[in-house]
Design a protein around this ligand. Structure first.
Ligand code: ADP
Length: 391
């Protein structure tokens, strides 16, 4: 069974063709980045075959056409009929969707309606859906929602201490995001533990970052909230701050709420702390030269992440495994070291050599908690869920 996976962002489109057999091998994958800009970057590979080029690609539909053209050029398939299903990443599924869902007309309408609470994400996801439905008509199109894995949160975790009407009328609650990768990493973590039960915390640290608490395969809390802005500091997002701050600063800076939204999403986090870059690789390079702002940025990040892990260890009332994933989680060994230095009271101790090597298991023999590094793989998880749905 061959599954085509589409992840349409605001200016990018990622795609994968996955062979949904035992190992879920990726047959073809790539990215189009900079859609709508003067010059757009296209990259695709299939085994040893690789291509990349730059050109103007105005819309998602065109980006998808390029991806399909190269799929044929590489000879991965002879006909689109070989594709058994198309999977779409959809960021916001509200309270309606907790598993893979066929993209029927009413489902698409619901996703359109949810754009009101996910204006940065759902419209872009829909572009990918509309385009793919045009090109691949014979196969079912299935949505995998970022929010789905977090639909198991208990009410005490998902409700905010605000008037009830905000929830009943305006749908204000914690939804949580990155759910597909949290689910994937939880699955890999349980595989490593050799059982399907246990208390684990998954730390997805990438451009956007979120942490989840999972008990016996069920997500019980997560750090992102009504929007992906809540939680720990991220590349350019502030994470949680005093809720009075945006009110106060909107007035002080004499700006409107849209501008404040842009500031909190695009000008805060690691970028604001370092006053230089949102990329941890740059911060680390500067920190090694003893740059004070860079050192402080890493110190603050490790502190806030450790606080969240500590609070989730309390929510779980114990901890069997702590897993790091995504660009920062998989690579920034110095951050993992600094985060874990706050967590020895939980019984966490690292093997510094394994940690530096980004090995899968980085705890030492004394540690009572398994500490793991797991490569993010949303595409594979989406394919698994689609294959399960089609069974
Ligand atoms: P996205 O959320 O866009 O999927 P990724 O998971 O790819 O993001 O993470 C991207 C971020 O990961 C980069 O901005 C950078 O801060 C960090 N990163 C990537 N590679 C490394 C590395 N080798 N060392 C430290 N940080 C890294």
């Amino acid at each position: 069974m061959k599954l085509f996976i589409v992840n349409a962002g605001s200016s990018s489109l990622k795609f994968q063709l996955i062979h949904a057999h035992k190992r879920f091998d990726t047959l073809y994958e790539g990215i189009v980045d900079g859609i709508g800009r003067a010059s757009c970057f296209f990259e695709a590979s299939a085994g040893k075959k690789h291509t990349h080029y730059k050109k103007r690609i105005p819309k998602h539909a065109r980006a998808l056409k390029e991806a399909i053209n190269i799929l044929f050029e590489f000879g991965v398939v002879d006909s689109l009929k070989e594709i058994d299903a198309v999977g779409h990443r959809v960021v916001h599924g509200g309270e309606k969707y907790s598993k893979a869902t066929k993209l029927t007309k009413p489902v698409i309408q619901n996703i359109e309606a949810l754009s009101e609470i996910a204006p940065l994400h759902n419209p872009a996801n829909l572009e990918g859906i509309y385009a793919a439905k045009e090109y691949i008509k014979h196969a079912p199109h299935i949505a995998i929602f970022d929010t789905a894995f977090h639909q198991t949160l208990p009410e005490k975790a998902y409700r905010y201490a605000v008037p009830r009407e905000w929830y009943t009328t305006y749908h204000i609650r914690k939804y949580g995001f990155h759910g597909t990768n949290h689910r994937y990493v939880a699955h890999q973590t349980y595989n490593h533990l050799g059982k399907n039960k246990g208390k684990i915390i998954t730390c997805h640290l990438g451009n956007g970052s979120s942490i989840s608490a999972i008990k016996d395969n069920v997500c019980i809390d997560t750090s992102m909230g009504f929007t992906p802005l809540e939680g720990i500091p991220m590349g350019t997002r502030s994470g949680s701050i005093d809720p009075a701050l945006p009110l106060y600063m909107t007035e002080k800076l004499n700006i409107d709420t849209n501008k404040m939204d842009t500031l909190l999403n695009n000008k805060c986090g690691i970028l604001a702390l370092s006053e230089k870059s949102s990329d941890v690789r740059d911060i680390w390079a500067k920190a090694q030269k003893k740059n004070k702002k860079a050192c402080f940025t890493l110190e603050k990040l490790a502190y806030d992440i450790a606080l969240k892990i500590g609070s989730y260890a309390a929510a779980l009332n114990g901890l069997d495994a702590l897993s790091f994933t995504a660009g920062i989680g998989e690579n920034a060994w110095y951050l993992r070291r600094d985060i874990c230095s706050y967590l020895s009271h939980l019984g966490i101790t690292l093997d510094s050599r394994k940690n530096r090597a980004n090995s899968t298991a980085i705890h030492d023999k004394k540690s009572s908690v398994h500490v793991l590094v797991i490569k993010a793989n949303e595409g594979k998880q989406m394919a698994r869920e689609i294959a399960h749905y089609l069974q």
